[in-house]
Design a protein around this ligand. Structure first.
Ligand code: FAD
Ligand code: SF4
Length: 457
C-alpha cells in the first residue's frame, strides 16, 4: 500500500501565469487506483459524514480500486449532481478530507481528485442520463447556479417539466461568471448543463425575474412551484475615501469580464483594465481568483488581508497555487483610503492590524494598531469583500420574508413564507459554497415533490 498521497500533476507556475488553461491536470487511471488503494474503508465512514451531500465515499473509492470506474461514477452521481465541478472546487480540506482517518499517515485520501477523475472519465466515455416518465406538472427554477441546477436535476429525475430562468446570457451562475477557467474549465460546466437539457430541462436566458416576469406571474402561468436560487451577487464595498476612483473594481465585475466575456482574449470585445500593480482586498476564494487573473494579465499582485494567514478563508490549494504564481500577501493589513491622482488610483493607504478576542464568526477580531498608517503603490484595487443577495426578488415578491442583508427566509427544506415558493443556496445563506448550494437545491426539490404529491400545490 502506498503511504503518501499521490500528487496532482499541474501546469508549471512559470507557464500557467501566461495562460488561462486549467492548472490541475487530473489523475490518470494508474494514479487514481494507487490513491484509492490508500483508503482503509473505515467502518465509521467519517468522510461521508463530513460531506454536505453524503456521498458514499468509501464505496466509490472501493470501485476505483478494482477498476470499476463507471460504477464509481454512479455511486458519486447518486448523491452529487455536479461531481466534475465539486471534485475541482469543494473545500475538501474542511469537509471529507478534513475528517479522513489517514490524516497523519501520508495525508488524507485525495477524495476530491478521485471524484473529479471518475466524473471526467465518465464524460469522456459520453455517458447519457436517463429520462423519467413525465409527471404532467411544471416547475420554474430562478437562477442557474449550483442551487438551481441541483434543484432542476432532482426535479427532472422525478418527471417534472422544469424551466430554468437565468438573468445572464449564459447558464451556470458563479460557476460560469465567477470561478476562472484555470480552476474550473467552462466545458465542464457546459457538460453538466447539457446533461440537464438531455433530461428535458429548458433554459431561458436573459430573463430577469422581477423585471421580465414576477414570481407571482410565474405561478399564474401554471408553474406549480417556483424555486429561487438567485445567489448573492451584490458586491460589498469598504466605503472608504477614493473607492470611486478609476481603477477600483469589485471582484465580481472584474471576474465577470474575464470569465463570462473572455476579456483576456486578444480579440475580445469586452474591455479589461490592464494594470501594473494590483492590490486585491480580501482573503476568500474570490480574492484568490481575482489575484490569479490579474497575475495572468501581467500585473504584480498583492493580496491585502486584515487577519493573519491562519484565518484565510480561501481553499488551501488556491493559496498555495497563488503563492507559486508569485502573488504576494500583506497580512494583518487593512486599507483606509484609496489614493488617487486626477481620478485614477495611484496607491492604497493601509493600517496594520492586531488580532483580539474571537468575534461572532469565531475568528479573532482584528483591530487597527495606532500610528501604523503606511502607503502601498497600486494602479488597480480589486475589492473582494463578500457579497449580499440582489434585492430585486425581495422588492418584487409580495409576502416573501427576508432576513439580515436581504437573504430570503427559508426552512431547512427550502420552504419560504409563500406557499409554492422555495429558495436555497447563497440567496438564503449569504455567500457560501457550491456543495452547500447544491444540497439546498436538492432538498428543496424533494420538498416540492412532496408538496405536489400530497396535494398542497
Ligand atoms: P449563484 O452561483 O450565484 O447563481 C445564481 C444565479 O441566479 C446567477 O446565475 C444569477 O445571474 C441568477 N439570478 C440572480 N437573480 C436573478 C433573477 N432575478 N432572475 C433570473 N436569474 C437571476 N465555492 C466553493 O465551494 N468552492 C470554490 O472554490 C468557490 N470559489 C468561488 C469563487 C468566486 C469568484 C465566487 C464568486 C464564489 C466562489 N464560491 C466557491 C462560492 C460558490 O460559487 C457559491 O456559493 C455558489 O455558486 C452559490 O450557488 P447559488 O446557486 O446559490 O448562486
Ligand atoms: Fe477512506 Fe479516509 Fe473515508 Fe477512511 S476516512 S474510508 S481512509 S476516505
Amino acid at each position: 500500500m502506498n503511504n503518501s498521497r499521490i500528487p496532482m500533476p499541474v501546469q508549471a507556475p512559470e507557464e500557467r501565469i501566461k495562460n488561462f488553461s486549467e492548472v490541475a491536470l487530473g489523475y490518470n487511471e494508474e494514479a487514481a487506483i494507487s490513491e484509492a488503494e490508500r483508503c482503509m474503508n473505515c467502518k465509521t465512514h467519517p468522510c461521508t459524514a463530513a460531506c454536505p451531500v453524503g456521498v458514499r465515499i468509501p464505496e466509490f473509492i472501493a470501485c476505483i480500486k478494482e477498476g470499476r470506474f463507471e460504477e464509481a461514477y454512479s455511486v458519486v452521481r447518486a448523491d452529487n449532481a455536479l461531481p466534475a465541478v465539486c471534485g475541482r472546487v469543494c473545500p475538501q480540506e474542511r469537509q471529507c478530507e478534513g475528517s479522513c482517518l489517514r490524516q497523519k499517515a501520508g495525508g488524507p485520501i485525495a477524495i476530491g481528485r478521485l471524484e473529479r477523475f471518475v466524473a471526467d472519465r465518465h464524460a469522456a466515455q459520453g455517458g447519457t442520463p436517463s429520462k423519467a416518465p413525465a409527471s404532467g406538472r411544471k416547475v420554474a427554477v430562478v437562477g442557474s447556479g449550483p442551487a438551481g441546477l441541483a434543484c432542476a436535476g432532482e426535479l427532472a429525475a422525478r418527471g417534472y417539466a422544469v424551466t430554468v430562468f437565468e438573468a445572464l446570457h449564459l447558464a451556470g451562475g458563479v460557476l460560469a461568471y465567477g470561478i476562472p477557467e484555470f480552476r474550473l474549465p467552462k466545458r465542464i460546466v457546459n457538460q453538466e448543463i447539457a446533461a440537464l437539457e438531455e433530461m428535458g430541462v429548458t433554459f431561458v436566458k436573459n430573463a430577469v425575474i422581477g423585471r421580465s416576469l414576477t414570481v407571482s406571474e410565474l405561478r399564474a402561468e401554471g408553474f406549480a412551484a417556483v424555486f429561487l436560487g438567485t445567489g448573492a451577487g451584490l458586491p460589498n464595498f469598504m466605503n472608504i475615501p477614493g473607492e470611486n476612483a478609476r481603477g477600483v473594481f469589485s471582484a465580481n465585475e472584474y471576474l465577470t469580464r474575464i470569465n463570462l466575456m473572455k476579456a483576456y482574449e486578444e480579440d475580445a470585445e469586452t474591455p479589461v483594465f490592464r494594470a501594473k500593480q494590483v492590490a486585491v482586498v480580501g482573503g476568500g476564494n474570490v480574492a484568490m481568483d481575482a489575484a490569479r487573473c490579474a497575475r495572468r494579465l501581467g500585473a504584480e499582485v498583492t493580496v491585502v488581508y486584515r487577519r493573519s494567514e491562519e484565518e484565510l478563508p480561501a481553499r488551501r490549494e488556491e493559496v498555495e497555487h497563488a503563492r507559486e504564481e508569485g502573488i504576494g500577501f500583506a497580512f494583518l493589513t487593512n486599507p483606509v483610503e484609496v489614493l488617487t491622482r486626477e481620478g485614477d488610483v495611484c496607491g492604497l493607504r493601509c493600517v496594520k492590524m492586531q488580532l483580539g478576542a474571537p468575534d461572532a464568526s469565531g475568528r479573532r477580531r482584528p483591530t487597527a494598531v495606532a500610528g501604523s498608517e503606511h502607503d502601498r503603490a497600486a494602479d488597480c484595487v480589486i475589492m473582494a469583500l463578500g457579497t449580499s443577495p440582489n434585492p430585486l426578488i425581495g422588492q418584487t415578491t409580495e409576502g416573501l420574508e427576508l432576513r439580515g442583508r436581504g437573504e430570503i427566509f427559508a426552512d431547512e427544506n427550502g420552504r419560504t413564507s409563500l406557499r409554492g415558493v422555495y429558495a436555497g443556496g447563497d440567496a438564503v445563506t449569504g455567500a457560501a459554497t457550491v456543495i452547500l448550494a447544491m444540497g439546498a437545491g436538492k432538498r428543496a426539490a424533494r420538498a416540492i415533490d412532496e408538496d405536489i404529491r400530497s396535494g398542497i400545490l
